[in-house]
Design a protein around this ligand. Structure first.
Ligand SMILES: [Zn+2]
Length: 159
């Protein structure tokens, strides 16, 4: 069920998408993180202004929210975003573990204005040797020694 609050928060995410765009921060995308009925963090796309390809609205908002909460998880949080998340943000959302995501525009709407992330979804399904970016496996055994140490590490913080 969509509540009055949900409508208010999604409107704020859309407002941020316009604010970011108008202030030359980046593309027209905004997001907020809500906990217990209150906005705890806001973000808009800042890719071009910060020279940060990962500065998508959702990632910006998630980073701020986690910093504020002093946690690497968004327990009981809800993300409202002006557009359906791209694969990177989708990954970030799953790692952050909010309880729900509300979005306004769809990824098809974004593709129509030149933000097509379909090529990334396509890459995920490909075999590693068939991907457009070259992925080369190197020194696996040496890398795995550190993994082994992690398994045996005392006082490690699992997540
Ligand atoms: Zn994204």
């Amino acid at each position: 069920m969509i509540t009055e609050q949900d409508n208010r928060f999604i409107k704020r995410a859309i407002e941020l998408s316009e604010k970011g765009m108008d202030s030359q921060a980046g593309g027209p995308f905004g997001a907020v993180v809500v906990k217990n009925g209150e906005i705890i963090a806001e973000g808009f796309n800042a890719v071009t202004s910060s020279n940060d390809p990962t500065a998508h609205a959702e990632v910006v908002a998630i980073r701020k929210a986690c910093e504020k909460l002093g946690s690497f998880q968004l327990d009981d949080c809800i993300i409202y975003t002006s557009c359906e998340p791209c694969p990177m943000c989708l990954g970030a959302i799953y790692w952050a573990r909010p309880k729900a995501v509300y979005y306004a525009c769809t990824k098809e709407d974004a593709a129509e204005i030149g933000f097509d992330d379909h090529f990334i979804y396509d890459e995920i399904d490909k075999k590693i040797e068939d991907r457009n970016v070259k992925f080369i496996n190197l020194d696996r055994e040496e890398g795995r020694k550190v993994f082994k140490k992690w398994e045996e590490k005392e006082g490690r913080v699992d997540y």
